[in-house]
Design a protein around this ligand. Sequence first.
Ligand code: MG
Length: 399
Amino acid sequence: MNLAAYACDPALSRGRRIPEPVAPTRSDFQRDRDRIVHSTAFRRLVYKTQVFLNHEGDLFRTRLTHSLEVAQLGRSIARTLQLNEDLVEAIALAHDLGHTPFGHAGQDALNACLKNHNPHSAGFEHNLQSLRVVDALEERYPDYDGLNLTFETREGILKHCSKRNARHIEAREPGGVARRFVEQPGHEPAWRQPSLEAQLANLADEIAYNAHDMDDGVRSGLLSLEQLEDVPLFSRYRRETLAVHPRLQGRRLLFETIRRMLSAQVYDVIDATGRALQQAAPADVQAVRQHAGLVCFSDQMALQSTSLKRFLLQNLYRHPQVTQTTQAAQQVVRDLFEAYMADPAQMPQAHIDRFDSSDSPQAAGAKPERVVADYIAGMTDRFAGKEHERLKGHAVFPA
Ligand code: MG
């Protein structure tokens, strides 16, 4: 791998929370990726919703296929920019591990449950939950909880964090992954950004979901090709496709248009980021962290991407048919939370064994409401539906 000076070099990694000898044939970031792929939370992604509920069809994206698409996009951009592909891949594959069942609807419901239970609760944040999964909740190794990943992978996973949770993490891990979310009086210049690999995984996430949500939207019949003409980026590449293939229509026209849109965005990121890096010329990763974000679209592509996002929000994510299923999904999450809080014995004993008074996002032991939230967050859409039926006696979603 040909790495630029500002890329993350595994030989210069800030290391793991618990030191381990290096592996004989793999770099530390390759090893992180392998640990993520072998984790239980990773396998569950196959039955977790991205936008469409899992029972609605087998061809829609799930969190697993989404994560694979993010990793693939991220890797190909990383290689051209001489960034660390293995690290981008590890972050991309782990970035959604903390998502609840039923997509954002499930997360909002779980957050509300925690806040209703205790107004002082830190609530539920999916980025922080992804970190909690790899730091505390996975049970695979004899000597520690979690996967003991490198700082750089963990830094990338924690894309956002509330100040309050950041202070908790900073207290346990000073100068660690939450540092950039904590105010730093007297520490100028502030540590503002994660590595370029983390910034790239983040942008690849957006590129991936914008593209595949259009595809899934049309596949589901909730969006039409005609409607997509309102999206400047789509209409431009649809025209370009038709100029080359005048008789193309239906799915192949959609796929070819999306393919060209994806390529245009990838090349745009490579060009715009290349220019930003040339101008900023960060000497190393720490200089990257102190700089404003460097992985970016050009101004023009940023505008087009925003208008695509707005279109999807208005026409797909808020489509009455989607809203209807999300309301049912939120009811499932609320009912499960209430049921386990009222009678924890409805959960497997291993979860009850984690009850204690800890308030740290990075400890497996936690207050009952956090343990219940962890249990629900770990569920697949299918399992949550089945549990709901077992506890409430009726099915909310068709089998
Ligand atoms: Mg994602």
